[in-house]
Design a protein around this ligand. Sequence first.
Ligand SMILES: Nc1ncnc2c1ncn2[C@@H]1O[C@H](COP(=O)(O)OP(=O)(O)OP(=O)(O)O)[C@@H](O)[C@H]1O
Ligand SMILES: Nc1nc(=O)c2ncn([C@H]3C[C@H](O)[C@@H](CO)O3)c2[nH]1
Length: 207
Amino acid sequence: MRPGHFIAVEGPIGAGKTTLAAMLARELGAPVVNEIVEENPYLGKFYQNMEDWSFQLEMFFLCNRFKQLEDEARPLLESGRTVVADYHMYKNLIFGERTLNGSKREKYRQIYHLLMDDQPRPDIVIYIKADLPTLLRRIGMRGREIEQAMDPGYLSRLIEDYEEAMPALARREPGTAFVTVDGGEIDFVENPAQFREILSQVKEHMQ
Ligand SMILES: Nc1ncnc2c1ncn2[C@@H]1O[C@H](COP(=O)(O)OP(=O)(O)OP(=O)(O)O)[C@@H](O)[C@H]1O
Ligand SMILES: Nc1nc(=O)c2ncn([C@H]3C[C@H](O)[C@@H](CO)O3)c2[nH]1
């Protein structure tokens, strides 16, 4: 059987990852792995006081993603299915490097490698980039209460972090296909032709 593909959608907060992952999964008849948001006990506290809560929050995301990759994605991929995820494991490092300092950052890096180095890695990554006004508008529209306290400066730094991290990931994993979507320009929700264009690029990499 042709082995399944592991497709990850990435980008800064509110870029449209979950939305695009669901649309792609539907078209490809693939199961989707979504990161856990609602049951996260630290996210609201973190947006009110990042310094106090960053380590707990990053560890929570890391452990949840480890469990999902291990328990959900791996068995599906091993059975030959294609899987779509609304995150790439590398996201943990992007956020961890931004929110953690000193010895906590170093400990977190070590735990990241311990947990993630032997996890299945996506072979197709879709990077949705978007500018600050677009992200702020979407986060506002989505209206998750806890996110309304988010510092726009944090979001703006994350946009820059992603702009550095995605090419770095591409260099580190030359076998991985990257599709970049300009989320400020391309509207895959409102414009079906633009969604089909993304889908056809993904399908090309699945040949
Ligand atoms: N291309 C788009 N056009 C219009 N609205 C969009 C578009 N993409 C996403 N949205 C809307 O923007 C909001 C954020 O989208 P979504 O939840 O998919 O982002 P995300 O990247 O998964 O966010 P997070 O980083 O918080 O997980 C949602 O309300 C969604 O309906
Ligand atoms: N600090 C931090 N580290 C992560 O690994 C991480 N992954 C997601 N998020 C935040 C963004 C959205 O508010 C919300 C949903 O994506 O959770 C994160 N925050």
